[in-house]
Design a protein around this ligand. Structure first.
Ligand SMILES: CCCCCCCCCC(=O)SCCNC(=O)CCNC(=O)[C@H](O)C(C)(C)COP(=O)(O)OP(=O)(O)OC[C@H]1O[C@@H](n2cnc3c(N)ncnc32)[C@H](O)[C@@H]1OP(=O)(O)O
Length: 210
């Protein structure tokens, strides 16, 4: 039972494009916020202006993030996904492609808002990226599921501000369970994080839409 309903409004192209543009500006705002050298008075003044903008957006508030009509892949309808969703200011967002043989690949650069140890990516953020990539690889088998287990091995620090690669692939399907593995690698090609995961299509979704 969740406080966010399952039913979703479906955006048209124009609205999706406008909200994607809005999210991009908010993403810039988040980075500007963590990096600003504004003094206390300026920060307080900007906070008031942002509060006014938030009130403006909240005037027409939905009960849940919207979807778009998916293209070839049903998984692409969630445009507010926190990893890949262009509508979500929290998402980098990372474009993830699935090849015909089920390999998921994406290239991305993470900025200061994702910092864990100074100058490096937060380990939870790396896990989130891998969860999404491995989950998409699992879904590409035709058996989409929820993450039941996710094991990450942090081999070396993942640098901020440089192009990173994520790659994932499912290794086997056993009934409702799908096993997948993947990596994040740095520009020099060295793997910084490895992950393995098992996804389970919930019993309750076997007979309904995921
Ligand atoms: C389509 C687009 C895809 C996009 C990618 C999305 C990536 C992101 C995915 C996520 O982040 S999902 C959010 C994080 N995960 C969760 O919140 C999952 C919470 N857990 C559940 O909802 C359920 O526990 C779960 C769906 C995982 C399993 O529930 P079921 O009721 O279907 O399992 P059931 O109890 O029938 O057990 C089936 C089998 O799985 C095993 N099992 C269940 N949960 C397990 C677990 N957590 N770890 C290991 N094994 C598990 C269980 O022992 C049993 O094994 P056997 O077949 O050998 O008897």
């Amino acid at each position: 039972m969740s406080a966010i309903p399952m039913e979703r409004p479906v955006l048209g192209d124009d609205e999706a494009a406008a909200l994607t543009g809005l999210a991009a500006r908010v993403r810039e705002l988040a980075e500007a916020t963590v990096l600003t050298g504004a003094g206390a008075a300026e920060a307080a003044a900007v906070a008031d202006e942002i509060a006014a903008l938030t009130a403006r957006l909240t005037a027409e508030r939905r009960g849940a993030p919207p979807f778009v009509t998916p293209g070839e892949r049903r998984m692409d309808r969630q445009i507010a996904n926190p990893v890949s969703g262009p509508l979500n200011p929290f998402a980098p967002p990372i474009g993830l492609d699935v090849t015909s043989d089920g390999v998921v690949r994406g290239e991305f650069t993470l900025g200061a808002v994702y910092e864990g140890p100074p100058s490096y990516v937060h380990g939870g953020v790396s896990a989130m990226v891998l969860d999404q990539a491995l989950g998409m690889a699992a879904a590409a088998t035709g058996t989409p599921g929820m993450t039941a287990t996710l094991e990450t091995r942090y081999r070396r620090p993942t640098p901020l501000g440089v192009p990173l690669k994520v790659e994932a692939k499912a290794s086997r399907v056993e009934g409702r369970k799908v096993y997948a593995s993947g990596t994040i690698s740095a520009p020099d090609g060295r793997v910084t994080v490895e992950a393995t995961a098992m996804f389970i299509m919930p019993q309750r979704f076997v007979t309904s839409e995921y």
